[in-house]
Design a protein around this ligand. Sequence first.
Ligand SMILES: Cc1cc2nc3c(=O)[nH]c(=O)nc-3n(C[C@H](O)[C@H](O)[C@H](O)COP(=O)(O)OP(=O)(O)OC[C@H]3O[C@@H](n4cnc5c(N)ncnc54)[C@H](O)[C@@H]3O)c2cc1C
Length: 264
Amino acid sequence: MTQAEVLPPRLVWQEAEVRRIVQQTPTVKSFFLAPPAWHGFVAGQHIDVRLTAPDGYQAQRSYSIGSPPEAAEVELVIERLSTGEVSPFFHEVVQVGDMIEMRGPIGGHFDWQASDGGPVLLIGGGSGVVPLVSMLRHRAAAAPDVKMGLVYSARRFEDVIFRDELLARAAAEPDFALHLALTREAAPVAGHRHGRIDRAFIAEALAGLGAPPKLCFVCGATAFVEVASMFLVEIGVPFAAIRTERYGGTPAEDPIKADVAPEE
Ligand SMILES: Cc1cc2nc3c(=O)[nH]c(=O)nc-3n(C[C@H](O)[C@H](O)[C@H](O)COP(=O)(O)OP(=O)(O)OC[C@H]3O[C@@H](n4cnc5c(N)ncnc54)[C@H](O)[C@@H]3O)c2cc1C
C-alpha cells in the first residue's frame, strides 16, 4: 500500500513550488507555496516541511501558515536563526521555482474561525505573530465586527513582521487594536511600548476588548508563551479560554530570556 492510501490527505507528503519570496524584516522572509493537493485550512494551523540531503539525511520542522484561508497561496514566514539548521537553508538556499516537501494543514487546537466569535486577544512574540496574523486577515475577510487585540513583542521596530499591514489595520479597523512592545529598540518609538510586555500591559489590552475574552491565543518561543500565558491566568482569564503554541527554544527559567518583564 502507498502512503497516500493509508494516511489522511493532509498527512501525505507532497512537493509544493515556491512561487514568491519576500524579505519582511532583516531576519525574516515570507515563502509563498503552491501545494498541488490543498483543501484549505483554519487560521492558526501549521504545516510540516522536510528537507532531504543527497546522503538521505532528513530534517523536519513546523511552520505556521501566515496567509488567511481565503488566499490562493500558502505563506510561510520564516525567521533565520543563526545557529539553526533549517531556517538558514530557507534564507540562503531556497529560490523561487524550487520544490519544497511539505504536508498539512496540521493542528486542531490553536485555530480560530469566524464562527468562533470573540472578543479575542492575540499575544505573539517574534515570529509567533505569524498564525495570529492569519487570524487577523481571516477576521478582516469574514468577521470584521469581532473585536480583536494583538499584543506583539518584537526586538526593534525594524523587526516587526507585517509592520505596515498591522499599523494600517490598527488605523482603519475600528474593532482591532495593536499593542506593540519593542524590547531592544535604542530609543522609544512614539505610540509604542519601550520594553518588555508585563502583566499590566496585557491587562490593558484585555480591558480594551470591552468584554471578557472568549479566547486568547499565545504564540512564540517556549519561554515567552509560558510567561505570557501565566500573566493571563494571574489576571483571571480562565484556563479554558487560553490556547498556546510553543515554537521551541528554552523553557522560561529566566523571564529575561522569555523577553517579558520580570515580576514587579
Ligand atoms: C507549530 C510550530 C509552528 C512554527 N511556526 C514557525 C513560524 O511560523 N516561523 C518560524 O520562524 N518558526 C516557526 N516555528 C519554529 C520552527 O519549527 C523551527 O524550530 C525554527 O525555524 C528553528 O529551526 P532551525 O532548524 O533553523 O533551528 P534548530 O537547528 O532547530 O535550532 C537551533 C537553535 O535555536 C534554538 N531554537 C529553536 N527554535 C527556537 C525558537 N523558536 N526560539 C528561540 N530559539 C529556538 C534551538 O534550541 C537551538 O539551540 C514553529 C514551530 C512550531 C512547533
